[in-house]
Design a protein around this ligand. Structure first.
Ligand code: PA5
Length: 453
């Protein structure tokens, strides 16, 4: 077992345990040599906008601003509605679920409830949202780097109108905050309307969880964002190390890379045994898919690469996906996440029944751990490669580590596969057709093309 504070247990990823479906020490040794040059190259590019996410854990100025603003907002409002999609949505959503759970209501008068909108154009959740929030006590936080994303902008315009109807044109200004890139349409609107703008950090959406738009909502909900950043710093330090033994992030990436390139294990499953890390799985899914799924490599050669991410949840998916994982094609590697020292003494009450006696007085958390172990071992017995990330606790500090671990692991995967992890050209085509069909100026040719089909 290696790693910093969070630990990555890779025993069941090895050939010793899963035969030809696992990694061999010799394969690792040859890749270990690449770490120094990859780290050197990343260091040389450290001031590029793409890699600016590595500066976020050390950004004291933003931290101070976020903490001060959140104090003010918590005094004034009960709710914060985050409006965004993809990288402008999934990070804060995942941290909030991890720390507050699914049933978070106002836990103390100083905390705000978070709601998330703008990740769909289906009006149903918007209708539901307006049933549960009082707009007079609500702050709306719109996040879009491009400032033109259809789902985000349509939701923003709708909520803005509702807000104006409720509190009036003059007052509504105080209740809308914007994070966007310079010179975007949203930035123009913010200037015109007089909304407060907290600029988007220079990098892209899916690496933005520790920037202002991940931090502000979480601080408003009353959590310790400084600890999140402190956790990320631990992994940043580990990522700077050039020895494979010390750099667990690179080690993780290497094992995924070997599984993908040497053994056709082209599906990477994440399966937390923490109910409240379900949303983390969706954050990972976007990060891994958009960053690694590419036609071209960095030499402009067509390679059609990418490892498909799947978000599973333990033990829920033991009753759904595990049949496939245990007996289906040998095309997956599974990464479990489990928390070692959660404090919760909830027990299954005693009940006299021969078939249920085995449950008597077991703590739920012990059952959860046993279920994880049983699943990992059964996969291993079936020669299915799997590893486990252990979090000492599910709190801000270890979450900061977990998010940053995956961000850096994705960057390393990109380096090993030789692809640009920071662009997403594959997202554009369907967007262009959509703009054409919606009648956006300049997109007429896409409309013509699609209406011919
Ligand atoms: O990772 C990304 O860059 C994307 O997922 C974007 O975050 C997403 O498409 C939303 O874009 P924007 O922030 O421009 O509205």
């Amino acid at each position: 077992m290696i790693g910093g504070k969070i630990k990555y247990d890779h025993e069941f990823m090895s050939a010793k345990r899963v035969g030809k479906y696992g990694y061999k020490d010799s394969e690792i040794k040859s890749l270990a040599k690449k770490l120094r040059s990859i780290n050197k190259e990343l260091k040389e590019k450290k001031d590029s906008p793409e890699l600016s996410f590595r500066k976020l854990p050390f950004d004291k100025k933003t931290l101070k601003q976020v903490v001060n603003l959140s104090r003010k907002f918590r005094r004034l409002y009960d709710n914060l509605v985050v409006v965004g999609i993809g990288g402008s949505d999934l990070g804060a959503r995942a941290i909030y679920q991890a720390l507050a759970g699914d049933y978070a209501t106002q836990m103390s008068s100083r905390q705000m409830n978070l709601y998330f909108a703008g990740n769909t154009t289906d009006p149903a959740p918007l209708v539901d949202l307006l049933k549960v929030i009082n707009l007079k006590k609500t702050l709306i936080y719109v996040i879009s780097k491009s400032g033109s994303t259809t789902e985000t902008m349509s939701t923003f315009l709708f909520l803005r109108k509702k807000l104006i109807q409720k509190v009036g044109k003059k007052k509504h200004k105080d209740q809308i905050i914007i994070t966007t890139g310079h010179d975007s349409i949203l930035s123009e609107i913010a200037q015109k309307e007089g909304y407060q703008v907290l600029p988007h950090y220079p990098g892209g959406g899916r690496y933005s969880v520790l920037s202002v738009h991940g931090l502000l909502p979480i601080a408003c909900a009353g959590f310790d964002v400084e600890r999140l950043l402190a956790g990320a710093k631990v992994i940043e330090r580990i990522s700077k190390k050039n020895s494979l033994k010390a750099n667990s992030v690179f080690f993780f990436a290497v094992l995924q890379y070997l599984a993908f390139t040497k053994r056709k294990q082209n599906i990477s499953v994440i399966m937390p045994y923490n109910y409240n890390l379900n949303e983390f799985g969706f954050w990972f899914r976007q990060l891994w898919a958009e960053s690694l799924g590419k036609i071209y490599n960095n030499k402009n050669k067509k390679i059609h690469t990418g490892m498909t991410p799947i978000a599973s949840l333990g033990p829920t998916d033991q009753h759904s996906q595990i049949q496939l994982y245990n007996e289906g094609p040998f095309d997956k590697v599974v990464t479990f996440i489990i928390t070692e020292n959660q404090k919760n003494n909830l027990k299954v009450p005693k009940y006299k029944n021969d078939d249920l006696n085995y449950l008597n007085n077991h703590k739920f958390l012990d059952i959860l751990k046993i279920e994880h172990k049983a699943t990992a071992v059964s996969l291993m017995k079936n020669k299915r490669a799997n590893g486990t990330i252990y979090l000492p606790k599910l709190n801000e500090y270890y979450l900061g580590q977990l998010f940053y671990f995956y961000e850096m692991a994705t960057v390393y995967m990109g380096e090993l596969l030789n692809v640009n992890v920071f662009d997403q050209p594959g997202v554009e085509q369907s967007k262009n057709f959509m703009y054409g069909l919606l009648g956006r100026e300049g997109y007429e040719k896409y409309k013509n093309e699609i209406t011919k089909i």
